[in-house]
Design a protein around this ligand. Structure first.
Ligand code: GAR
Length: 208
């Protein structure tokens, strides 16, 4: 049984999709803990109600990123993770932290990387006149919103879309794509070959 530790900052709908998929699909893994940097993250309640261990490491209690990340890693490692999953975890991570979890930490980013790393991705895609937008699951490296890409999901940008409408369309696909990507990892079905990640069982890494 592999241990998955999920980090959230808010709503936690991707985490919720994963907790449900893990149970429904019988992954060779368990959600060992859900950890938030915000004490009021709504997702903590869902996790606790499912019997999943929860913890809070409040970034506001630390003087700098280094000390926050060190404590966060200490708490994560207490759950013996095989995989750390960033699911709407809105913190920039230090190189020491990303190095510690290299090859065993995934993130979902709401854009078709390498376009639009950083914040406000949907606004930026609309402003740029993009006809397609989406989300990317990738291995986390020291560079923000970079790293080998495990899967991508694409949706159309419709005339009249605002950021909220586009975000909702993308999020629906995140809820299919991200649990699949995590299942692949815990099933040993991913091979990282430079920037390219291969799904060894032949499942599609493109979602639409
Ligand atoms: C998701 O759309 C995710 O792609 C995004 O935050 C949302 C979290 O929703 N992540 C980032 O912007 C990371 N930089 P959720 O809390 O309901 O899963």
């Amino acid at each position: 049984m592999k241990n998955i530790v999920i980090l959230i900052s808010g709503r936690g709908s991707n985490m919720e999709a994963m907790v449900k998929a893990c149970a429904a699909e019988g992954w060779p893994a368990r959600i060992a803990a859900v950890i938030s940097n915000r004490p009021d993250a709504a997702g903590l309640q869902f996790a606790a109600a499912q019997g999943v261990a929860t913890a809070v490491v409040d970034h506001k209690a630390f003087p700098d990123r280094e000390s926050f990340d060190a404590e966060l890693a200490r708490v994560i490692d207490g759950f013996m993770p095989d995989l750390v999953v960033l699911a709407g975890f809105m913190r920039i991570l230090t190189p020491a932290f990303t190095r510690h979890y290299e090859g065993r930490m995934l993130n979902v980013h709401p854009s078709l990387l390498p376009a639009f790393p950083g914040l406000h991705t949907h606004e930026r895609a609309i402003e740029a006149g993009c006809r397609f937008a989406g989300a990317t699951v990738h291995f986390v490296t020291a560079e923000l919103d970079h790293g080998p890409m495990v899967a991508q999901a694409v949706v159309p940008v419709l005339d009249g879309d605002d950021a909220a409408a586009l975000a909702a369309r993308v999020l629906k696909l995140e809820h299919r794509m991200y649990p699949a990507a995590v299942r692949w990892f815990v099933s040993g079905q991913l091979a990282v070959e430079g920037a390219r990640v291969r799904q060894l069982a032949g499942e599609s890494q493109s979602f639409s």
